[in-house]
Design a protein around this ligand. Structure first.
Ligand code: FPP
Length: 254
């Protein structure tokens, strides 16, 4: 029997068209959400983890194959030390509390970024959930942690140079596919939809390569208030966009 969520009119509408295979989210506005309420910024991040839980559940339910969440950028290390420490604590709490839900829902947890910069108390539970969920095939949930798109592209170039020096790179041109295999996101489909919350209309170093042909949706909602309905509305808007990948409208399959 269909659950109440599956009978939701918005969700029923979404099920009629293909859903984006890979959704990336720039979760912005936690600080402003807290400040508007006279709360410490960390309370905004804490409420933001509830949005993470709800959006992940919803994405899984409607059949998104890959969800990538920008949880901490390579540049976020420069924030005040207490905010960085609080975010690291939250990540550890999230990894410990969500482990069961991730496993029960067939989700595979992944992470991209300069992971060796994370404190051990985050890396250890991250590696544990990654390992235990490695065989799951439901949806790949990727946390972008200490992540930067420029850093990722530079690391891929560096890796190709190393391989060329070591003689393990077959001779020939470096084409788009060869390059993409060196990225931290190797194996994930290209990003179809990028959502950014909080009214900012910037990319902020997120998935620069992978979002080459993504549709972008910017919403005014602050991340702690971005829940199932807002996510479903963004997917519906995506489904009504015409994606041309450099072709003309007339060339697209009808
Ligand atoms: C940007 O909002 C948000 C972040 C830098 C952190 C995102 C973290 C979470 C949503 C919670 C922890 C993550 C997981 C995966 C459990 P901001 O602080 O820049 O907001 P502002 O622009 O209003 O100040």
């Amino acid at each position: 029997m269909a659950t109440a969520a599956e009978r939701d009119p918005l969700e029923l509408q979404i099920r009629e068209r293909p859903v984006p295979a890979h959704v990336g989210i720039i979760m912005d506005g936690n600080g402003r959400w807290a400040e508007e309420r006279g709360l410490p910024r960390l309370e905004g991040h804490r409420e933001g983890s509830n949005s993470v839980r709800e959006v992940t559940r919803t994405a899984r339910r409607v059949g998104v194959q890959a969800l990538t969440l920008y949880a901490f950028s390579a540049q976020n290390w420069s924030r005040p030390a207490d905010e960085v420490a609080g975010l690291m604590d939250l990540l550890r709490e999230y990894l410990e509390s969500e482990r069961q839900e991730i496993l029960e829902n067939g989700i595979r947890l992944e992470a991209v970024g300069e992971l060796d910069r994370l404190p051990r108390f985050v890396r250890a539970p991250l590696e544990a959930v990654r390992e235990v969920s490695a065989g799951n095939r439901g949806m790949v949930l990727t946390l972008a942690l200490s992540y930067g798109g420029q850093e990722e592209i530079a690391a891929a170039a560096e890796s190709l140079v190393q391989r060329a020096r070591a003689g393990t790179l077959p001779p020939g041109p470096i084409d788009v596919d060869t390059f993409a295999r060196e990225l931290w996101t190797c194996g994930l489909p290209p990003v179809d939809l990028v959502i950014r919350t909080s009214g900012e209309t910037r990319v902020s170093n997120f998935m620069l390569w992978q979002s080459a042909y993504a549709e972008f949706i910017f919403v005014d909602t602050l991340w702690p208030e971005f829940r199932a309905r807002q996510f479903l509305a963004a997917v519906l808007e995506y489904q009504h966009r015409e994606r041309r990948f450099g072709l003309t409208s007339a060339q697209l399959p009808k």
